[in-house]
Write a protein that binds this ligand. Structure first.
Ligand code: GLA
Length: 670
């Protein structure tokens, strides 16, 4: 059974701590309040570069030694970050080339954060030196739980160094064959063919190329790979000097610019920062379904292993459109929700509200005034004490029978495509809609990528799988032939991995398993709908109506309007021992439920709770060696009631959470 770190066998509770912003008498109060709140894990060093190296080559670790000694003396642990997310001003002034160049090809000035040029050899070397110093000094500290490499990697860099690295990346991808690149990018169009590698510039931005989709997607692939390579410059010395200390970096869920799946092999555990939008819809279950989707997306980067919620806000985040307060109970719900989805700890940004600068009004455990009776402090304290009661949960993991495919590269290709609409295409939202059906049904779900194995599942859903990577269609075929049930939707299989439409037309290599071909798509005006009939009920298609032709598939729903009235809107193909369903139109949640319910029954998915769960209530499951844990979560601002298999009625208060434990060989107890 995997653990985040054997040194602390409990659910972790803690978060970002920036003692360098405060005089040392405040540190004394901090440690005392950490004891009071069961705050065991302080994340140190994020953004500490200028304190660690105030002048080039002059290092000062005294303050960090001091706070680590104080924390350790009080039986607190720490995660140590490398400070590379924000270089100090002296470095930017001396070496301006370390600063980021934007998509407008203009180099920025010093300031802000994640404003560095990850391709700069100077910055890379400075980061390598700093990581080495930290590893040498703290790598063997018994209270060090993990390395937190940098902070929230993000964005692209358009400097000359990055452009050169991109050309080298392309040479490797295309095996030094420029003709192959031109073919893959279809550059004969508009005379965009390249005659030398040096002619290729990073695409995009206000002045760059936007008309070559393959190039656009490759630039994003390169940016991911270059970011991973940069991370490795810091991670390599940490790993070499302290091989027993796990390495992680904090990710950002559905952050659109990086393919996080590429980071996972270099990390010992996954961690991420969750900030659901509280601009009003905090009271809507949809907010919590979206949060759950992201938890499972992040968990899916390293399936079957525990992950860490590295940051969430104890209060309101100051960068929201408006700072709605978290309602009483929401904080507890949010923390346990992460645990329900496999987190072995929940951490915050941040411990103490800063008096000044950008995040002075961001929620923190200790608010301005340092009151121990403050509402936020008390809610954190309560959660800390509750988490302390469930150490046995660590190491148990969700083992879903359903997988949803969410693929960054396909998303990029879809966004890069000029058409079939200029309106938002809503890829993550559509994935969340499909995910939401399973959440509401209390069916745990893995969120995986197009390259992942499908072996463990009974149902696989892949909404809007626009651009297919080699091998994906073959894996779907094998999965269905072996008895699996797959559901695909409109806008699937339009292109290969280079954004080239398949020579056999839309759906390409998926045509056989689906038993259909796809000819055209009708994109409806914004508010327009087309009726669809399914099982004698009427539904409405909006946004997209794809026009498909069954070959071997059966039509299970039909359009009932437009010139395509009477044609297939949903098909189902029996293929080997399984079925492949194609949903050709965009629909609402009612249709989704009516479509998926029978598929779930056919697949014999095991429900932990019988019957329908109340709206906004879910059950998530973690399986351990000795027990299975059921997390009952009420995402509503009002109470809810549900029944167990043996007829027991359970009342959940607003945002209520209850944990039920079933011993592996026994009956459910409380
Ligand atoms: C991110 C960062 C933190 C902090 C929070 C505020 O997650 O990693 O440093 O800025 O946002 O919400």
């Amino acid at each position: 059974m995997a653990n985040l770190n054997q040194r602390l066998l409990r659910l972790w509770h803690g978060g970002d701590y920036n003692p360098e912003q405060w005089p040392r008498d405040v540190w004394t109060e901090d440690v005392s309040m950490m004891l009071d709140t069961e705050y065991h894990v302080a994340t140190l060093g994020v953004f500490s570069w200028v304190k660690l190296e105030p002048r080039e080559g002059e290092f000062d670790f005294e303050w960090l030694d001091d706070i680590i000694a104080r924390l350790s003396a009080s039986d607190r642990y720490f995660i140590l970050s490398t400070p590379s997310a924000a270089p100090p001003a002296w470095m930017s002034k001396k070496y301006p080339e370390i600063i980021r160049t934007g998509a407008d090809r203009v180099r920025r000035l010093h300031g802000n954060r994640v404003n560095y040029n990850f391709s700069s050899p100077i910055y890379q070397e400075k980061c390598r030196i700093m990581a080495t110093k930290l590893a040498e000094r703290y790598g063997n500290h018994p209270n060090l739980l993990a390395w937190h490499v940098s902070n929230e990697y993000g964005g692209a860099d358009y400097s000359a160094e990055s452009a050169t690295a991109f050309r080298e990346w392309l040479k490797i991808k295309f095996n030094h064959d420029l003709a192959a690149l031109n073919e893959a990018y279809w550059t004969a169009f508009w005379s965009h063919s390249f005659t030398d590698w040096s002619e290729i510039d990073p695409p995009g931005g206000p002045y760059g190329e936007t008309a070559v989709q393959g190039l656009t997607v490759d630039w994003r692939r390169f940016t991911t790979d270059q970011t991973v390579a940069f991370m490795e410059i810091e991670a390599a010395p940490l790993r070499a000097i302290s091989p027993h200390v796990p390495i992680t970096t904090n990710m950002m869920g559905t952050y659109p610019e990086l393919n996080y799946r590429k980071f996972a092999p270099y990390l010992d555990f996954i961690s991420w920062d969750s900030y659901p939008a509280f601009t009003g819809p905090m009271t809507e279950a949809r907010t919590w379904i979206a949060a759950a989707f992201r938890h499972d997306l992040m968990r899916g980067l390293k399936r079957g292993t525990p992950w860490l919620l590295m940051e969430y806000s104890p209060g309101s985040s100051n960068w929201y459109e408006s700072m709605a307060l978290k309602r009483p109970g929401v904080h507890r719900f949010e923390g346990w929700q992460a645990v329900a989805h496999g987190a072995d700890g929940v951490q915050y940004f941040q411990w103490r509200q800063s008096r000044g600068s950008q995040e002075q009004f961001h929620g923190a455990v200790v608010s301005h005034g340092s009151s121990r009776t403050a509402r936020v402090y008390q809610e954190v304290r309560q959660l800390g004490h509750e988490l302390a009661e469930w150490p046995e949960v660590i190491g148990s993991v969700p083992k879903p029978e359903v997988a949803l495919i969410f693929d960054w590269e396909s998303w990029w290709a879809l966004e890069a495509a000029c058409g079939p609409t200029q309106r938002p295409k809503r890829y993550p939202e559509t994935a969340t809609d499909y995910y939401g059906y399973f959440w509401q049904s209390g069916i745990p779900t893995d969120v995986i990528g197009m390259d992942d194995s499908l072996d463990d599942y009974k149902i696989v859903v892949a909404p809007m799988a626009y651009s297919l990577r080699p091998g994906f269609a073959e894996r779907i075929e094998a999965f269905v032939a072996a008895g699996g049930h797959v559901v695909l939707t409109y806008l699937s299989g339009w292109t290969d991995e280079n954004s080239l439409v398949f020579t056999e037309g839309f759906l390409g290599p998926l045509q056989t398993v689906l038993g259909i071909t796809s000819e055209e798509i009708d994109v409806l005006p914004k508010e327009a709908t087309v009726p669809v009939f399914y099982n004698n009920e009427q539904y409405a298609a909006h946004d997209f109506c794809e026009l498909i032709h069954p070959t071997t598939a059966e039509t299970v729903a039909e359009y009932a309007g437009e010139f395509y009235a009477g044609r297939a809107a949903v098909t189902q193909n029996t293929f080997g021992n399984g079925t492949a369903t194609y949903v050709a139109f965009r629909h609402d949640d009612r249709f989704l439920r009516d479509l998926l319910d029978p598929i779930v029954r056919r697949a014999e998915i095991v429900h932990p709770f019988p019957g329908e769960l109340p709206d906004g209530v879910t059950v998530q499951v973690r399986e351990g060696e000795e027990a299975t844990y059921f997390f009952l979560l009420n995402a509503n601002p009002h109470g809810a009631t549900l029944s167990t298999n043996d007829g027991e009625v359970i009342h959940l208060p607003p945002y209520g959470v209850e944990i039920r434990k079933l011993a592996v060989a026994g009956a459910m107890d409380e």
